[in-house]
Design a protein around this ligand. Structure first.
Ligand code: ADP
Ligand code: MG
Length: 699
């Protein structure tokens, strides 16, 4: 239950004056809320800058183009001539050093006469400019008299806006929201707070919304640092609670005999890389411990994670238990099945597959064998969570492309067995700062080297107007027997027209290259996609026009050429993933990135990085720099909440501290029931991490 103290903050925005249901819809968009926008969401919507009205020069000293507040005496009004409404209404004013014209368009005379009465002193604030060699201010932002001046906020926050909401509306809404901030118990360590000179939470929020100087709004100001640390601590605390929850039911030690692993390794057509061996040893050591394993295997595309997963599974099977391997897509699940099953057969390991496509008899039979324990590894998609999927004794859950699944899904799979060990794999190398942020609950193994014998990929960028040359080059490649991917982008907003573009390109290329050409896209049925991939893998077709459905995991080592059309539309991580489909065999590979000029700064930088490097870790770092963290993780698919206040560039270095802090807190107070623990519950609610509190209870 949410602490009652917080209720005013979780009230609907519509409880604020001036925000009706219609405006609330606009706020939803602005605040990124799918359902109801709440007061707390508005309070976390921080200004991006200020308008600084503190400059109070004499007119002689005004620098045109700047924002100033000046005291002027109103000399005369010059309304537009009758029937010429386009001519501005001008008011002449001056101080002892110079003149200023105040200019208004479509103004009402009676209103202006009241606002700026002739002969009086007024304080006007706004942006100045020079027109016709005269100093002017068009539509001053503020006009006040002596009494009003004392109340004029000289530093005004500027907020990100959305269509239909003005700056003044947001400021008014924030004005109404700030008094709802209750006095909250301090959840941070008091001595640390005072040493860092951090203001209390509520005061920090007030400072950012009501800055006294532009410096207050700098991400390294005391107020911002405090809130960022709060947010990071909430995140780390939630992860630590999750970790504690996952580990609480004691694990089962499954040491394994090594027998199956030996048979598998002997049957492999290659020898393991050093980092593969290390990862396998890490995993075996985890499995042998009576605690639950929670390990992430990070490795670039093509670094050979699948065989590590298989050997992990073999270890648990040696101990008489079963393993599940879950992939985010049908294609990928089938691909895993196709690679793993024959290798596993060498050691007498039975592998089955279960996706949304297995139905009826076939499905019943798999489930039956699974229950009896005669299926040792079950490969599948989300279908593995289904109610009637019951294992004989699931010991290890392996989740591939883990960023595409949420925490719930990890938990759902873990519930299919008793004390299930968990191995998650990701081919999107994640920068270290972010690993801690989002996966602080896991141990990490990394596959940093590529399997031996790989040749570097030659990556080039070309403007689309050189398409003819590209097509000629593809013709030559095909006649040499090479296999080519041709990727057309699929952008969600206009899936249909993008698909049309892919189909059109396919038709083009087919006219040129005939039967060698094939098409695979996301709208096709699963079985059709598989068939197209299988034809390509078998060499029956050699030029595969594809939308990004080939992005993940698909492995055709003979494919050595990739053309990516509209490469400027893809993110770095995606380009890297796509390119990872080639360069998997021992032949030289080429990647052609076609773009439509003119390129924006970021797109140019992305393509340049792609040309320079194949190192996924470096690409991930650059991606973070160019795009911000949400996109690196594909936040939208996985539902990992991003940050509202913390900025990785400025506050990233606090993550480690927050992590240690969270661990220390929980080791002293695992159920958050001391006074400080109660205060921390407030923190978790404020930052939407309260789901973690339920894990305490579920204990
Ligand atoms: P990913 O990490 O992208 O899942 P895969 O597991 O699909 O990579 O492996 C990519 C390719 O590399 C596969 O064809 C696999 O057979 C091969 N491979 C894996 N490990 C090695 C190795 N140690 N030496 C040579 N080839 C390997
Ligand atoms: Mg893989």
């Amino acid at each position: 239950m949410r602490p009652t103290l917080l209720n005013p903050l979780f009230g609907a925005l519509t409880t604020l004056p001036g925000i009706g249901p219609k405006v609330e819809q606009l706020y939803r968009r602005l605040l990124g809320r799918e359902d109801e926008a709440r007061i707390i969401d508005l309070l976390f919507h921080l200004p991006t800058g200020v308008i600084d009205r503190r400059a109070r020069p004499k007119l002689r000293d005004v620098v045109p183009g700047t924002v100033v507040t000046v005291a002027v005496k109103i000399a005369r009004h010059r309304p537009p001539p009758p029937h010429r409404p386009r001519v501005p209404y001008q008011i002449y004013a001056s101080d002892e050093t110079g003149d200023l014209i105040l200019t208004f368009f479509n103004a009402r005379r009676d209103y202006l006469e009241k606002l700026l009465p002739v002969g009086e002193i007024r304080y006007v604030s706004g942006t100045t400019g020079l027109y016709d060699h005269m100093l002017q201010m068009v539509h001053p932002d503020r006009v006040v008299d002596e009494a009003g001046l004392s109340k004029l906020p000289l530093v005004e926050p500027v907020y990100p806006l959305t269509e239909g909401i003005t700056l003044n509306q947001i400021r008014r809404a924030v004005d109404a929201a700030l008094p709802k901030l209750p006095h909250l118990p301090e959840w941070q360590e008091p001595t640390w707070v005072s040493r860092e000179r951090y203001p209390p939470f509520a005061e920090a929020l007030k400072t950012l919304h009501r800055p006294n100087s532009p410096a207050d709004l700098s991400p390294d100001s005391r107020a911002w640092m405090r809130l960022a640390y709060d947010e990071l601590l909430a995140g780390q605390l939630a992860l630590a609670l999750l970790r504690a929850h996952l580990r609480r039911p004691a694990g089962r030690a499954t040491p394994g005999t090594g027998a199956l692993r030996k048979q598998l390794v002997d049957a492999l057509p290659y020898s393991l890389t050093a980092s593969q061996s290390r990862a396998i040893a890490d995993i075996a050591a985890d499995l042998a411990k009576p605690e639950r394993m929670l390990r992430m295997l990070q490795g670039d595309v093509g670094s050979g994670k699948t065989v590590v997963a298989l050997l992990a599974a073999a270890t648990i099977i040696e101990g008489g238990r079963q393993a599940a391997l879950m992939a985010p897509t049908e294609i990928l699940a089938r691909q895993h099945y196709a690679t793993v099953a024959p290798l596993a057969a060498a050691a007498g390991i039975e592998v089955a597959i279960l996706t949304g496509r297995e139905r009826g008899r076939e499905r019943t039979e798999v489930l039956e064998r699974l229950r009896l324990g005669s299926v040792h590894i079950l490969v599948g998609t989300h279908a593995l969570f289904q109610e009637d999927v019951a294992f004989h004794d699931l010991g290890l859950a392996i989740v591939d492309e883990q960023h595409r699944f949420g925490v719930h899904q990890r938990l759902a799979l873990a519930r299919k067995g008793d004390a299930v060990d968990m191995l998650v794999m990701t081919a999107t190398p994640i920068p270290r700062t972010l690993v801690l942020t989002y996966f602080g609950d896991m141990d990490i193994s990394e596959l940093r080297e590529k399997p031996a014998g790989r040749k570097p990929i030659d990556t080039r960028t070309l403007p689309i107007d050189r398409l003819d040359e590209v097509i000629d080059a593809i013709g030559r490649a095909l006649s040499e027997g090479r296999r080519v991917y041709w990727v057309c982008p699929l952008v969600e907003e206009s899936e249909k027209s993008d698909l049309a573009a892919a189909q059109e390109r396919f038709a083009d290329l087919k006219r040129k290259f005939g039967k060698w050409t094939d098409l695979v896209h996301g709208r096709m049925k699963g079985s059709e996609k598989d068939a197209a991939m299988a034809r390509f893998a078998a060499g029956e077709t050699r030029l595969l026009v594809a939308t990004t459905v080939i992005e993940v995991g698909v492995d055709v080592p003979q494919a050595t050429v990739m053309v990516i059309e509209h490469a400027e539309r893809f993110g770095l991580a995606q380009l890297h993933q796509l390119r990872g489909r080639i360069g998997r065999g021992s032949e030289r590979s080429t990647c052609l990135l076609l773009y439509r000029p003119p390129l924006g700064e970021t797109a140019k930088a992305r393509l340049e990085i792609m040309r320079q490097t194949e190192d996924g870790f470096r690409i991930a770092e650059e991606d973070l720099r160019l795009r911000g963290e949400g996109d690196v993780l594909g936040t939208r698919q996985s539902g990992v909440p991003g940050f509202r206040i913390a900025r990785i560039e400025t506050h990233g270095s606090l993550i480690g501290t927050a992590r240690d802090d969270a661990q220390l807190l929980l080791s002293r107070d695992p159920t958050l029931s001391t006074e400080r623990g109660e205060a921390l519950r407030h923190l978790l609610y404020l930052f939407g991490r309260d789901e973690a509190i339920r894990l305490i209870r579920a204990g």
